[in-house]
Design a protein around this ligand. Structure first.
Ligand code: ATP
Ligand code: MG
Length: 437
């Protein structure tokens, strides 16, 4: 019999159907066995009556067994109806169970609230929990909505390389890789340079890229491997056009996620992000003044949290832009507004930087001069510099970290929770200190 998805069962009341999925729960009550069966579309209660030929198979199954179940879709007696729940008013009278795959004893119950490290130790199992299901369903929508919004704004998607020949940004936080011919390659810390090269060819380009950062930091917002959505656009007059494009995109993403996953926000008890009429914009100096602290070259995590509280209170927005960071605190390709301040910006969301962007230098000579100013060798950038040699429009762009965006969207305590397979200083799947890791 053809498989019916659990969410579609209601259309089959009174009929015999076959579903396939996991045993989420098995409860024995006297001679009856009750189940919650789970597939990708939802859950349904199954009941095995004492006379059913499925009784023996039912008694053999345990949690997470994979089964194919044939049964009759019945309307539940009124007193057993669970209003507002998928399939709360129907149940499957189980006639036959075929065991497709067995599960060994589980380390703990699937939806138990356990500490984050144990959750990662048992990732292949804990990803099945409702909470992780919610997180990664939302994340999939974030990436898809981001992509759709940029495509609608005439951006071309490209695939950026993860292996790069040089440590372009000159930072220490880069992973080295043994490459052919006794050469060292590096894992990209950002798709930035390639994105700019693509502007020379497509005007508007974006990529969903893996970035690798070898920073030895153990914070709740840093992963060794992260995902970002990076876009870059040509023919801008200044960085505010990039900010406007980013704001439109973020609004699209939030609206799509809020609409599609209203149930997740409710289950997690998290408000949908507030968008206000317009994301407020403060210069770094204004932000420090508002907070009554001494001006510095960057925002501390505490400043980021406090300024977001201000934005929500005064502007009804969970997002706030900070601009005019000192040029020397930003990446080498960032355009300066006047000598010391830059045309860069950060977007903060619920107390955390989720995006950095800027207008970039587009003049070849200026770019070469800037590279030298930073004590780097223009020869090492000759591939990238071709984009500038052969004519590139004034341009700018930015990068959103997907884990941080998801983390704040759902008020998670740690960006690692928003990574299905987090890598950090201590872990690649298993703890590095663990046997077999
Ligand atoms: P921070 O100062 O918070 O360490 P950054 O300024 O170094 O971040 P950018 O180089 O601006 O980060 O990267 C763009 C975006 O990519 C960040 O705003 C963030 O959302 C994300 N991102 C960068 N590094 C990481 C990381 N190690 N883990 C998770 N996300 C990251
Ligand atoms: Mg940044």
């Amino acid at each position: 019999m053809e498989r019916v998805l659990i969410r579609d069962l209601k259309a089959h009341v009174g009929k015999e159907v076959t579903i396939a999925g996991w045993v989420d729960v098995r409860r024995d009550q006297g001679k009856m066995v009750f189940f919650d069966f789970r597939d990708r579309s939802g859950m349904v209660q199954g009941v095995v009556l004492p006379k059913s030929e499925a009784v023996d198979a039912a008694k053999e199954t345990r949690h997470e067994y994979v089964v194919s179940v044939t049964g009759k879709v019945n309307v539940r007696p009124q007193k057993n109806v669970q209003a507002g729940k998928l399939n709360g008013d129907i149940e499957l009278e189980v006639l036959r169970i075929e065991i497709l795959s067995r599960a060994q004893e589980l380390p703990f119950e699937k939806d138990t609230d356990i500490n984050i490290d144990t959750r990662f130790d048992y990732r292949p199992f804990t990803l099945r929990s409702q909470r992780d299901h919610d997180i990664f369903k939302v994340q999939a929508t974030v990436v898809d909505a981001y992509r759709q919004s940029l495509i609608a704004q005439d951006f071309t998607e490209f695939q950026a390389p993860s292996l790069v020949g040089g440590d372009a940004e000159g930072g220490a936080a880069v992973f080295k890789v043994d490459y052919f011919n006794d050469r060292t390659a590096y894992l990209a810390t950002s798709p930035q340079l390639y994105k700019q090269i693509m502007v020379g060819a497509f005007e508007r380009a974006f990529t969903v890229a893996r970035i690798f950062r070898a920073e030895k930091s153990a914070t709740t917002r840093h992963l060794s491997e992260a995902t970002c959505v990076d876009f870059e656009m040509g023919f801008i007059s200044d960085e505010r056009e990039v900010m406007a494009t980013l704001e439109r995109t973020i609004r699209d993403v939030v609206e799509t996620v809020a609409k599609k996953h209203a149930d997740v926000f409710e289950r997690m008890g998290v408000p949908v992000p507030a968008l206000g009429d317009k994301f407020p914009v403060l210069t770094l100096r204004e932000a420090h003044e508002k907070l009554g602290v001494t001006p510095e070259d960057d925002m501390t995590p505490e400043h980021e949290r406090n300024i977001c509280e201000w934005a929500l209170k005064e502007h009804g927005s969970d997002f706030v832009f900070i601009t005019r960071f000192p040029t020397n605190a930003r990446a080498f390709y960032t355009m300066a507004e006047d000598g010391t301040l830059s045309r860069g910006f950060d977007l903060l969301f619920r107390g955390l930087e989720i995006n950095s962007g800027a207008q970039r230098i587009h003049n070849y000579d200026e770019m070469v001069a800037r590279i030298k100013e930073r004590g780097m060798d223009p020869d090492k950038f000759q591939f990238y510099l071709q984009a500038f040699k052969y004519g590139i429009p004034p341009h700018g762009g930015c990068s959103t970290g997907i884990e941080r965006f998801t983390m704040k969207m759902l008020n998670l305590g740690n960006a690692k929770e928003a990574s299905a397979f987090p890598r950090d200083m201590n872990r690649i799947d298993l703890l590095l200190s663990q046997e077999g890791a």
